[in-house]
Design a binder for this molecule. Structure first.
Ligand code: GLA
Length: 709
């Protein structure tokens, strides 16, 4: 211990005067060591222009607050030492800066001078994309176990006039509602304790406007997201001086960890960006960063598809599926995706009440098995994808009969089922192996499988791990670590395999998961009007190529065109039988798919601009612009305009004012006329005056393509 104190004193002498500056092109996070050797945050915001000013920054508040000492607010870390002392005091020891892929990493080491507890704060600054990724490592250097009751990933401090928090909330088929509120003194907590389907009611992301509510093109804001596919917690605490402390991390609810001697706990990563120019810029930061550094195959294209779920539900046979592959061919999509209902023999999966866990093709339904389906798909020139839900089990299954010890369940209590199923105990390495093999066996037997839809329909219920025995408080965290270890193996063995993350819609979505998944299913609700809101909500953080959107029979009043135009703002798919569509609609859809493929560099890889929010008007409009600003596509929607609704011109954004653009309406129904045909406008005109493309019709849509001359 004395050694540590000496190390600290030496380090202090060397570094106390130097601010630690973590910068991207447009943002600065600045810390320093105060007179007591404590690390404090002095600044977070727009990048400061002159190094010479840094010395004038005030000290600020402690970066990583500990429990038990003199601070009166929510701590980031809470450790009970082996001798029962519940306090920790962290002092600066050293820091280092090194280049890492895509950015620069700063690691700051802090240590307690009475106990061998070390905390390492990591910050990776992605300079070009203006995102900072931060996480913490906590090491128990004691000779015995300690109890870790709180272990935040990060704390950010702000001192502003006012703070407006935009949170996201929802439910099944009702995801990503945006609610904005001014933060008042005291705490506002956003958290979840659902375990697997962790984000069913709220995803781990927020927007914070500073001083005043930010708009799309004005105001200061911070976007934050925790990369953790499980229980999370954000605490926003406005203190007695009006300072805001944002603490992001795993939800400590029922999750006190026993750390063995020498053990290090690594927290999840917290990602954030700052924009001085409104929310559109912050969105561009997140989208660019995700594509370049986080999302699986972030810069690659995506497979358009036809899914059989809503076309057949569980009632299908081989011939029907082969027939649907013909539909996929007629639509011109890349892939046919076989959904739930293909497995189970003792308990065939005819409904969601049985068969889950028994990953063998149902012989009566699919006599030729997955092999025949792959072969038919190959003959027809489409790829083949398949649905799995490998973390779950129906009590009515062979897996449950054989391996009750693999199921999370409370001994001696009646079982509670969510969607008639239970969660497998991924804390157990044997279960991890089983889950890995679900994918690996399918891939080894049928290497032509080109895509997985990985579902997860139940939260963790009956919360007890037979594997963890007397360490039940480790369940929530170890489950997620078990899941990641399976996904790591899958990614290592099948690095290019596209996979969709699904959880009864988007009940589980975050940027750590998207390291393993190329995309996510935004909602089971495919009513295009609802989708305008749901996709709008997710668009703040996720690029279109990651946000799966399908055309289905939901909302019988909406046209196929309206539905397809909405779905084309995400990763386009169909979940419908062509026999439910007219010839004209099929022709339209075929052309819309071709347009979608052609426009991938714009929609998938370009900058997104939310021009009209469906929350504000009975209209919505979103525009995508290629990175070179020469190609753009605008989607405009009339939802249910009221009588006398004022139809404003829609102004473009992100174009080059000096360029001339050829403007055409695309995605037209066969025979549909339009005045937006082969006209040439300057970028200046399109952005200043705009186009008259809204209408008073109900559920009408227009897609306008703009190409520089
Ligand atoms: C979940 C998914 C759906 C579908 C069904 C199958 O609800 O969100 O898309 O795959 O499961 O049971």
């Amino acid at each position: 211990m004395a050694m540590l104190a000496v190390a600290w004193l030496l380090a202090m002498a060397a570094h106390a005067a130097e601010p630690i500056r973590i910068s991207t092109q447009k943002m600065d996070l600045i810390m320093q060591v105060n007179g007591q050797g404590r690390l404090v945050q002095s600044y977070l915001g727009k990048r400061l222009l002159h190094d010479s000013d840094l010395g004038w920054l005030k000290e600020g508040r402690e970066v990583y607050l500990t429990h038990g000492m003199e601070d009166y607010f929510e701590p980031a870390v809470d450790i009970e030492h082996a001798d029962g002392n519940p306090s920790t005091l962290l002092r600066y020891v050293s820091h280092e800066v090194k280049p890492v892929q895509g950015g620069k990493e700063t690691v700051i080491t802090l240590a307690d001078d009475q106990y061998p507890t070390t905390v390492r704060l990591h910050y990776v600054a992605y300079e070009a994309e203006n995102v900072i990724k931060t996480w913490t490592e906590i090491t128990n250097g004691e000779k015995k176990s300690v109890k870790l009751a709180k272990y935040a990933s990060a704390t950010l401090h702000l001192d502003r006039e006012a703070y407006y928090l935009t949170a996201f909330s929802g439910d099944w088929a009702d995801e990503a509602h945006m609610n904005t509120e001014p933060l008042q003194p005291g705490k506002r907590v956003i958290d979840t304790k659902l375990g697997t389907r962790a984000n069913m009611f709220t995803p781990p992301m927020f927007i914070l406007s500073l001083d005043q509510q930010a708009g799309e093109t004005n105001g200061e804001c911070i976007f934050g997201q925790l990369g953790w596919t499980g229980n999370f917690r954000f605490t926003f605490e406005v203190d007695n001086k009006g300072g805001l402390r944002v603490i992001a991390g795993i939800n400590p609810y029922f999750s006190t960890r026993t750390m063995k001697a020498g053990e290090t706990f690594v927290t999840p990563e917290f990602f954030f960006t700052y924009s001085q120019e409104g929310m559109a810029k912050a969105t561009h930061h997140f989208h660019d960063w995700a594509r370049n550094h986080q999302l699986k195959d972030g810069t690659g294209t995506r497979l358009t598809l036809l899914n059989n779920w809503e076309a057949t539900y569980f009632s299908f046979n081989e011939d029907m599926l082969v027939g649907l592959m013909d539909d996929a061919v007629r639509l011109g999509v890349d892939m046919f995706l076989l959904d739930d209902g293909w497995f189970g023999n003792k308990y065939p999966r005819q409904s969601d009440t049985q068969g889950l866990g028994d990953w063998e093709e149902t012989h009566s339904k699919l006599p030729g098995g997955v092999g025949r389906l792959c072969e038919e798909a190959r003959k027809k020139g489409v790829k083949f994808g398949i649905w799995i839900e490998p973390e779950m089990v129906n009590p009515k299954s062979e897996l449950y009969e054989k391996h009750k010890d693999w199921v999370i369940h409370l001994p001696g209590r009646e079982e509670y089922y969510y969607r008639n199923q239970m969660v497998l105990d991924l804390c157990n390495p044997e279960v991890q192996e089983f889950v890995f093999e679900v994918v690996d066996r399918l891939m080894t037997s049928y290497p032509e499988i080109a895509f997985f839809k990985w579902d997860c329909n139940s939260p963790i219920t009956n919360i007890y791990s037979p594997y963890l025995k007397d360490r039940q408080q480790h369940l929530y965290v170890d489950y997620v670590k078990g899941l990641y270890s399976v996904l790591d193996r899958i990614k290592a063995k099948y690095p290019r395999l596209p996979m969709m993350l699904c959880s009864g819609g988007s009940g589980r979505i975050d940027y750590k998961a998207l390291e393993y998944f190329t995309e996510f299913w935004a909602s089971d609700n495919t009513d295009p009007v609802e989708r305008l809101f749901i996709q709008y909500g997710y668009s703040f953080f996720y690029p279109a190529k990651a946000t799966c959107a399908h055309v289905t029979t939901w909302n019988k009043q909406a046209s196929i065109k309206f539905k397809t135009d909405v779905a084309s703002m995400g990763k386009l798919g169909f979940d419908i039988k062509l026999s439910d569509m007219t010839e004209q609609e099929i022709q339209y859809a075929h052309e819309a798919v071709a347009n979608y493929h052609r426009l991938h560099p714009v929609i998938g890889d370009g900058d997104m601009y939310r021009l009209i929010s469906p929350y504000e008007q009975q209209h919505a409009a979103t525009q995508f612009v290629s990175k070179d600003r020469r190609h753009s596509v605008l989607f405009a929607f009339d939802i249910h305009p009221r009588f006398g609704d004022k139809l404003r011109y829609v102004k473009f954004r992100g174009l080059d004012p000096a360029l001339q653009y050829r403007v055409n309406e695309i995605n037209l129904m066969p025979g549909q006329s339009t005045w937006v045909k082969d006209r040439t406008y300057s970028g200046d005109f399109l952005m200043t005056v705009g186009l008259d493309i809204l209408s008073a019709g109900s559920m009408k849509s227009r897609v306008v393509e703009v190409v520089a001359q």
